[in-house]
Design a binder for this molecule. Structure first.
Ligand code: ZN
Length: 490
């Protein structure tokens, strides 16, 4: 049954409640297999850089997985990379290159962004174009079962064959126009349309490497089928958790359910989690197709610390509330990061008295329990963090007054550990990094003095690749964190 690792809780002692979009209610969470959670999350379409709205969803996935792990679960987490869709095809044709070549820098940028934002590496990052066989299999099954049909060489899912369609997004099918067919990957809520599972090859597809053989004709997959096929490949027919941004609920997630359940004759995802939009400064939903979108690179170039961006996206608002991106909010998050780090530093260096501040020990234990409870209650990180910040005031006062003993220190370091298990901004620096950077700065200075500028430049470039930028100032050389650049490929 429950395993207990150092610092982790036993799953038997945890009551996790998650808001399930399927039922519209908060429910107690239990995976099918005790102690092991199978989770699928919709990843990026690598046709461009991810915008911060996408990143909010990706960091929400990071919060879910971290809290599951803190709660004692083993997590198998799959996040797909969509490397073929209408937009990628258009862009590759325009650029006169193959889809594989076209998406390369954007896929790499996605992993760099995730690393810069300290998102944990998940267990599997399957790419659509590497799982065409699984998709062809599933489409063949759907054709055999009568859930799909061929029209003009394309294959469509027959919505009329799946009465549950619309259950997730609580669509009223009666009021919607049904029966139309759409070949594009995205469409409006007004038409519950038979959607494309497979699109026959068009002139030019071959040349950009976007065409595959299938028993039902040469072509390429529609967008929705990849998630059904790849989740089955890595996690089986039934998932414990499926998460995504709220904009994917319809039609994408409805389509995933229809494809998977019609093909597998098993429930698809037991719990659906949806994170809300990030709004831009004007309050509009941020989207790439609407033009005005901000990337992590933009924010870092404007001087924002990636850790502040992380804290803002994860903790400024509950994941089911909209949040608005603004300079002020990012600055406030940067200030929170600073306060947390400064506090941790202060506790670590505190001169301890023999006698503990007993009241503070008790209250720290209470806050620690309340923090965990907030996270157990549908991942309410903003609420939990609010309690912690309130508590810092009392703890700082005790430190100021010199009433701070060994038990105070242990209790507060425990609280900091709990918070950092989710946020990962307090002890974000790799141990020894500051010393190593200082050593390299000194080495660069001596290289410059001996006029070995090539060596000096090489040191600067290597640091830049690791996300450290050097700035020459009157006081000497300073360094700060920036988004890491890609290492040169040779
Ligand atoms: Zn998906």
């Amino acid at each position: 049954m429950g395993r207990s690792k150092a610092g982790l809780r036993d799953t038997n002692d945890v009551t996790l409640r998650l808001h399930n979009t399927l039922t519209g209610k908060k429910e107690e969470f239990k995976p099918v297999e005790a102690d092991h959670v199978r989770m699928y999350t919709c990843g990026p379409t690598v046709w461009n850089y991810a915008h911060v709205g996408n990143l909010r969803a990706f960091l929400f996935y990071d919060l879910v997985r971290r809290h599951l792990r803190v709660s004692g679960y083993r997590v198998t987490h799959v996040m797909n990379l969509t490397d073929i869709d209408d937009r990628i095809l258009d862009q590759a044709m325009h650029a006169g290159t193959t889809i594989t070549e076209y998406v390369k820098p954007y896929a790499q940028a996605f992993f760099e962004d995730m690393a810069t934002l300290r998102a944990e590496h998940v267990e599997h990052y399957p790419r659509a174009t590497e799982h065409i066989a699984e998709m062809v299999d599933m489409i063949s099954t759907l054709l055999q079962n009568g859930n799909a049909y061929i029209a003009d060489g394309d294959v469509y899912f027959r919505i009329a064959s799946f009465p549950k369609y619309g259950e997730l997004s609580h669509l009223d099918r009666a009021g919607l126009k049904a029966g139309a067919r759409v070949a594009t990957d995205k469409y409006d809520k007004e038409s519950v349309s038979d959607f494309a599972l497979w699109k026959k090859s068009q002139p030019g597809d071959e040349k950009i490497g976007a065409s595959w053989d299938a028993p039902f004709g040469r072509g390429r997959p529609g967008w929705h089928i990849e998630c059904s096929a790849m989740s089955k490949r890595y996690l089986g027919a039934t998932l414990d958790i499926h998460a995504g941004g709220v904009d994917l609920m319809f039609p994408h997630h409805e389509n995933e359910i229809a494809q998977s359940e019609a093909a597998n004759h098993a429930p698809f995802a037991r719990v659906w989690l949806h994170s809300e939009h990030l709004a831009d400064a004007t309050g509009e939903k941020m989207s790439k197709s609407a033009g005005g979108f901000t990337t992590l690179r933009d924010l870092v170039a404007a001087g924002h610390d990636p850790l502040a961006v992380r804290l803002f996206l994860m903790a400024n608002a509950h994941y089911r509330s909209r949040v608005r991106l603004s300079q002020e909010a990012l600055h406030a998050s940067a200030e929170q990061v600073r306060r947390l780090r400064e506090f941790a530093d202060r506790v670590n260096r505190a001169t301890l008295t023999d006698a503990d501040h007993a009241g503070l020990v008790d209250r720290t234990a209470d806050v620690r329990a309340a923090y965990r409870e907030a996270l157990d209650d549908d991942l309410n990180l903003p609420q939990g963090l609010g309690l912690v910040f309130d508590h810092l005031r009392e703890a700082n006062a005790a430190l100021d007054a010199g009433r701070f003993g060994p038990l105070n220190k242990t209790a507060l370091l425990g609280l900091i550990d709990d918070v950092d298990a989710h946020l990962d901004v307090i002890r974000a620096e790799e141990p020894g990094l500051a010393d190593e950077v200082e050593r390299l700065i000194a080495e660069r200075e001596s290289a410059r003095k001996s006029r070995d500028f090539a060596r000096a430049d090489r040191i600067r470039d290597e640091l830049r690749e690791r996300g450290i930028a050097l700035e020459d100032s009157r006081e000497g050389v300073r360094w700060r964190r920036v988004a890491p650049t890609a290492a040169e490929r040779s």
